[in-house]
Design a protein around this ligand. Structure first.
Ligand code: PEP
Length: 266
């Protein structure tokens, strides 16, 4: 890890009814209360990205003093109005989101989102007062061809193009190699992803007054590899899917992050 705080978050993707969302929040809040008086473990910033349908409910369940940041998994780049089936940045902010995930590889593959779309969304998110969490990552064949650094660098450059230097610290970049994510993903070795994380971190530099995006790693993270992945010196935290969908899994990852954070403290 490179910062003082380890970020650990999960996207629920297309899972969880309102009842299932409530059960997850109840267990996580109870677990945090038992371990740390309802606060996040020291040195850890947790976050959760429910589906849009559960956003406002999770906000209400967590309450105003929640240690978990809340975010949306996507929002439209355009103004409100003619966008059937979509939600705007302002609408997700109104429902409680402080973060908004953009450019996940599933959206790039299934909904035709391009680097240009992602750039528009980054600008719209910042204008709405949201922190964009932009996913980047190469498909397997690009990795096989040894072209992952150039591929990801282009995605990062496109995502940061609309960001003013003084806004860079509001951005999170999640490196999520496509070959590593989801149920068919392959668990990565830290050494495999480290050079790309270093490049993402390098490209994020250059903001004003040291403002820089946070860099997260995502893709087949679980309690078995989280500590090793957090050893990477370019990484500020982890972005997790399946391994955090059960609340006990999320709590386990927070505990690992807390011990990494405390070992790193002077
Ligand atoms: C993801 O799809 O963004 C992700 C991190 O998934 P998983 O952890 O389940 O591989």
């Amino acid at each position: 890890m490179r910062g003082r705080t380890v970020w650990v978050g999960t996207s629920w993707k297309m899972t969880k009814t309102l009842g299932e969302a409530r059960a997850w929040v109840d267990t996580v809040v109870t677990g945090l209360t038992a371990s740390a008086r309802a606060a996040a473990p020291a040195g850890v910033q947790p976050f959760v990205l429910p589906a849009h349908t559960a956003l406002a409910s999770v906000r209400d369940l967590l309450g105003p003093a929640s240690p978990l940041l809340l975010g949306a998994q996507n929002a439209h780049q355009g103004p409100e109005g003619a966008g059937t089936g979509e939600v705007s940045m302002r609408m997700v902010a109104d429902a409680g989101a402080e973060l908004v995930e953009l450019g996940h590889s599933e959206r790039r593959a299934s909904f035709g989102e391009t680097d240009a779309t992602v750039a528009l969304k980054v600008r719209a998110a910042l204008d709405a007062g949201l922190r964009p969490l932009v996913c980047v990552g190469e498909p397997g064949p690009v990795r096989d061809a040894g072209e992952e650094i150039g591929f990801v660098a282009a995605q990062v450059a496109a995502a940061l193009a609309p960001v003013r230097p003084e806004e860079r610290g509001r951005v999170l970049l999640a490196y999520e190699p496509v070959w590593a994510i989801g149920e068919h993903g392959r668990r990565p070795e830290t050494a495999e992803v480290a050079p790309v994380l270093a490049e993402v971190a390098r490209l994020g530099g250059g903001g004003s007054d040291g403002e820089r995006p946070l860099v997260l790693y995502g893709g087949s993270v679980d309690q078995g590899n989280a500590a090793a992945l957090l050893e990477d010196p370019s990484t500020d935290g982890l972005f997790v899917g399946r391994a955090a969908w059960e609340p006990e899994g999320f709590l386990g990852l927070l505990a690992i992050a807390a011990s990494v954070a405390s070992a790193a403290r002077p």
